[in-house]
Design a protein around this ligand. Structure first.
Ligand code: ADP
Ligand code: SF4
Length: 688
């Protein structure tokens, strides 16, 4: 197929200083959890996007010096010769597919508390960054940089730029965003200096300007220099000479970098979950930048619609379409638009499981793209599956796991029959995507069903609840059981260990709400699952006009939602929707009228009137069908997958479905094990 001419503008080359990007698709720097410990994993992950048509492919934050150490969060480094070799694997792979390679040179300043390297954190004025945020918390307070420290910092940046060029990077970032060191100089809250680097905006901009100049000089103008700026706070501050401090900063720097990369300030707004934030949410903050500079501007907004992208360019908001999450969910997004296959884009759902990977300190995971992070280790390609099979497989259950299994089995060449008990495919997502804010999650179903319906070797059987006898009669050589999990109506003890089922009237689980059971208010929602379901169910019940009190064992609502950037917005949403919440409590009993609670640490008893209790705690997998089929033996090979195998987030179900399908029928599976490059200076004598 050929490209829709409407999208031609997206494929125009863009000059970025001394370099030219082949099109407007720019994979901006984003965390991948892939440190220098896994150079081949990282290279394959980034190169996949170059193969998929992105014009520029960037690293995530790359520390320029040991005084910028983000541990325990994963980060890359460009400290020495071994690091150069590590990154060169990526730049070579990216160049092989015709894309430019960019590196986000990074110094965290007060935000990097150097837990491993034990350098004193650096800062303009000794102000700590987000001192009380769990995960980032530290009792170390930063040192105030003196004039010599500033000179050193600029030198480190220049030296890292030299190493970056040696590693093969085309675009070198100066990163003045998200609370990191150059940004701390820009913002008056952090910068209380009285020297030439503090006070007026002109002075606060000086360091960034000097970093840009030093980076360009160090590489003799051969590399492009990009400036990444967080704009949310600066734009919100009045300026005496411009519309805002943000306008003033960009105007002062308008000719300094070869490219502006503009974004928000906080993870929860910058990488906002779709649950509370739509596509294009950065625009109101960054829309002015192009009016202040002639340099090209890139920005993000979880763009998956080519029409929105075109509108961004045509309306003069952006020159380059930045993508982080959309490039993870579909590395081939540009190629699909180029081929006129935009209906095949695996659109990001905005669930932020990917960002949770960084918080977890592991390689990136993606709900929509189970191959993310597995390109090298398992050799999984997001678009190409080796056609190596020809038998028949019956997949039972059409939720995320069954759909993904059927799709991947179909691509391998199996003749696939997918049976689903309900009229519609989608499993848990039929309900979950109807919860407030979660409609984009249905894209997991839409993409897979769209693909499956085109495949001649796949037959879809809705309204087909299969028994073991039905399965046996069908006679397929392999059976994949993906029948899902169920929420359990059980309370837990203060250690959050589930107990017995609660025998009381009007005790419900999310499965009851999914089944359309009418729930009488006032309702207490007891959440010891602590991801999205408890708060989403509370919001759904509030939307029905019920009085809702949310109770959690954790210290905040949707506590694990911290990992996906949802948690702060859940609290805001509860306030807006009048949902009361209680923390650090367990429900110890319910008689249909009154809830008995206990403070989780002291055990102090408390009471709350409620007509209904919704328990969002434990999900149980397992499958009677699987038990029956395996019990009988016979010629069929039966594989349990998805939530039925081990209940988890949708990402886990999709991944399990994919893995089951990739490995089905194979006797051996190769799994690669990556290793870092060792600095030559430090090789043990015997190895030299
Ligand atoms: P997962 O997340 O693992 O895909 P889901 O709960 O989303 O699990 O989906 C499981 C699907 O399996 C549901 O749509 C359910 O209707 C279907 N299902 C369960 N038992 C059977 C069965 N015996 N025959 C056909 N479909 C079934
Ligand atoms: Fe998008 Fe979710 Fe994948 Fe992240 S994990 S890229 S938010 S679909």
């Amino acid at each position: 197929m050929s490209r829709n001419p409407r999208y031609d503008v997206l494929f125009q080359p863009v000059r970025i200083g001394p370099k030219t990007a082949r099109n407007r698709f720019f994979q901006v720097p984003h965390a991948s959890g892939m440190t220098n410990a896994a150079p081949h994993v990282r290279a394959a992950f980034r190169a996949m996007k170059a193969e998929g048509g992105w014009g520029v492919v960037s690293t995530g934050a790359c520390s320029i010096h040991p005084s910028s150490d983000d541990s325990p969060f994963p980060f890359a480094s460009l400290w020495d010769e071994a690091d150069i070799r590590s990154h060169a694997v990526m730049t070579e792979a990216v160049h092989a597919h015709g894309a430019l390679a960019a590196v986000e040179l990074w110094h965290g300043g007060a935000a990097a508390v150097n837990r491993t390297t034990r350098y004193a954190p650096l800062s303009p004025s000794g102000v700590p960054w987000m001192a009380t945020h769990v995960g980032f918390m530290s009792s170390a307070r930063p040192k105030v940089m003196d004039a010599a420290d500033i000179r050193e910092f600029i030198r480190w940046h220049a030296e890292a730029a030299v190493r970056a060029e040696q590693a093969g990077f085309d675009i070198l970032y100066v990163y003045a965003g998200m609370g990191y060191l150059p940004y701390q100089f820009l913002l008056s809250d952090y910068n209380r200096r009285t020297d030439g680097y503090g006070g007026s905006v002109r002075n606060r901009v000086r360091l960034v300007e000097e970093l840009i100049d030093a980076t360009r000089e160090a590489t003799h103008g051969r590399c492009a220099v990009a400036l990444r700026l967080s704009m949310q706070e600066l734009r919100a501050r009045p300026s005496e000479v411009a519309e805002s401090e943000g306008h003033e900063v960009v105007s002062l720097l308008k000719d300094a970098p070869d490219l502006f990369d503009v974004k928000m300030d906080y993870s929860a707004t910058d990488c906002a979950a779709s649950r509370y934030t739509p596509e294009g949410s950065h625009e109101p903050v960054v829309d002015f930048v192009k009016r202040c500079t002639d340099r090209p501007v890139v920005g993000v907004g979880r763009f998956t619609s080519p029409d929105t992208m075109v509108s961004m360019v045509k309306r003069g908001v952006l020159d380059l379409i930045g993508g982080a999450r959309p490039s993870i969910a579909d590395p081939f997004l540009p190629a699909k638009i180029d081929d006129g296959r935009e209906d095949e884009i695996r659109e990001c759902i905005g669930c932020n499981l990917c960002i949770s990977s960084w918080h977890d300190g592991v390689w990136v995971r993606c709900t929509q793209n189970p191959t993310a992070g597995e390109e090298w280790r398992r050799g999984w390609h997001p678009e190409i599956v080796r056609r190596d099979a020809e038998g028949e497989v019956l997949v039972v259950g059409g939720g995320p796991a069954g759909l993904e299994a059927a799709l991947t089995l179909g691509r391998r060449g199996w003749r696939v029959a997918l049976a689903e008990a309900a009229r519609d495919f989608g499993g848990r997502l039929k309900f979950e995507s109807r919860l407030p804010g979660l409609s984009a999650w249905h894209r997991v179903v839409d993409y897979r069903l769209g693909q499956l319906r085109r495949m001649e070797n796949v037959s879809l059987y809705p309204e087909s609840r299969l028994s073991a006898a039905d399965v046996a009669a069908f006679g397929a050589g392999h059976v994949v059981v993906a029948t899902g999990a169920t929420w359990q109506p059980v309370l837990c003890n203060p250690n959050e260990l589930p107990g017995q089922a609660l025998d009381a009237p009007r005790v419900y689980t999310p499965d009851d709400l999914a089944a359309g059971v009418e729930i009488e208010g006032p309702v207490a929602v007891f959440d010891y699952d602590n991801y999205y379901m408890g708060s989403a169910v509370a919001e759904a019940l509030a939307a029905q006009g019920k009085q809702v009190t949310y109770i959690t064992t954790a210290g905040t609502a949707a506590a694990w939602g911290f990992m996906t950037n949802e948690q702060p917005l859940v609290h805001a949403s509860f306030a807006a929707k009048g949902i009361g919440y209680r923390t650090l409590e367990v429900v110890t009993g319910f008689d249909g009228e009154t809830l008995r609670l206990a403070q989780i640490f002291s055990g102090e008893a408390r009471w709350l009137p409620a007509r209904s209790l919704m328990i969002v705690g434990l999900r149980q997998g397992g499958s009677a069908l699987y038990e029956a089929l395996t019990g009988e033996g016979g010629p069929q090979r039966v594989h349990l997958t998805g939530d039925a195998n081990a209940p988890g987030a949708i990402a886990h179900a999709v991944y399990q479905g994919h893995k089951t399908a990739r490995e089905l029928g194979l006797s051996a599976v190769a799994v690669g094990r990556d290793a870092p490059f060792v600095p030559r200076d430090f090789l043990p004598e015997a190895a030299q």
